[in-house]
Design a protein around this ligand. Structure first.
Ligand code: SF4
Length: 341
């Protein structure tokens, strides 16, 4: 399960990158480092500490289904999978969401068809990609995948639909480490072969980002050395509000004990909207168990929810501009607490 290697985590402190060619010319690639991302947040959206202006919606993360083919040790999916249900997002509801996002047409950078799942398990994925590209031709549409199912057929279907963004999450190039971290009997050679084929099919317009939650070991580095177009992002492993086993990785970020509320260090979350299959909007990508739901886009409408006083209050909690309610997720998150009392 590659979900814990969440795209947004890649913008966290400690990020290492190999910038894409034409890096500074590509506005999507501004998300490459926290430093640059912060500049983006401060200049193009309202920063956590800033005064009120209309919050820009930069990225929509849409859940199509809730199944994964892996059991990664750095993800909450293995612990929650039995309660996730089999419902999928219907085509009609997806079109409703795209219609609802129209207010942000000039601001949306990415449409991410992925949330705590393996997108390639969703048979309708190419249709969803195609509709998103039609609706938002200036944005990138893509998903994160562990690439186990990235067969030539699935790669061709996604690319033909207009896919122009993909995150490839592979924790290790070492066969035994790969299996252990993925929690399944996966074959790293097959996964890398899938990626190689994908890269041979994808044109230069497709942004390809390789991620490794454990850092890129020698074998992964050697593999990606053949593909200079691929951006590399080593991403720190989040505790997911304290739910990930500390044994997973020595690099696991943990909430400081006795910490005090601090503005979320991932300030880009302010410009991100996560929409679940049922229309619920959870707090952020780190709240993988959806402990806090801001509202529901099918009940309120996307724009009405995004600009609602309730969402503003929630942003104030995230930014530590207002005292957080009891059990608010940020108070259990390493990104929302400061060391010391
Ligand atoms: S739980 Fe709060 S502090 Fe943690 S990533 Fe989400 S918004 Fe930021």
């Amino acid at each position: 399960m590659h979900r814990a290697a969440h795209p947004r985590d890649s913008r966290a402190p400690g990020l290492k990158t190999r910038p894409a060619r034409g890096f500074m010319k590509n506005h999507d690639a501004l998300f490459q480092t926290l430093r640059i991302q912060r500049r983006l947040c401060n200049s193009r959206t309202r920063s956590w500490g800033g005064e009120e202006s209309v919050m820009k919606l930069r990225e929509a993360e849409i859940e199509t289904h809730a199944a994964c083919n892996a059991r990664c040790r750095y993800c909450v999916y293995p612990a929650i999978k039995d309660g996730l249900g089999r419902e999928t997002l219907s085509r009609e509801r997806f079109l409703d969401i795209l219609h609802g996002l129209a207010f942000a047409r000039d601001d949306l950078v990415n449409i991410h068809l992925h949330h705590v799942n393996e997108p390639l398990l969703f048979p309708d994925l190419p249709w969803f990609v195609a509709r998103a590209r039609e609706a938002f031709p200036r944005a990138r549409t893509g998903f994160s995948t562990n690439a186990i199912l990235l067969s030539p057929q699935k790669a061709e279907a996604a690319l033909k639909a207009g896919l122009n963004l993909i995150y490839l999450t592979v924790p290790s190039g070492q066969p035994e480490t790969y299996k252990r971290v993925m929690g399944i009997d996966a074959d790293i050679a097959r996964t890398l072969a899938n990626i190689r084929t994908f890269l041979s099919l994808a044109g230069e317009e497709v942004r390809v980002v390789a991620r490794s939650p454990l850092g890129f070991d020698g074998r992964l580095q050697a593999f990606y050395a053949d593909f200079p177009r691929v951006e590399l992002e080593a991403i720190p492993i989040s505790s997911r509000l304290g739910r990930i086993d500390p044994e997973t990785s020595p690099d696991l970020r943990q909430p400081p004990s006795g910490g005090r509320p601090s503005p979320c260090a991932l300030s880009w979350v302010a410009g991100t909207l996560i929409i679940l299959r049922n229309g619920d909007v959870p707090l952020c990508c780190n709240d993988q168990e959806h402990r806090f739901i801001v509202g529901n886009v099918f009940e309120r409408g996307v724009e009405a929810l995004w600009t609602s006083p309730r969402f503003e209050r929630v942003r104030a909690f995230m930014a530590a501009r207002a005292p957080r309610p009891a059990d608010f997720p940020c108070d259990a998150c390493e990104y929302g607490l400061k060391e010391g009392a």
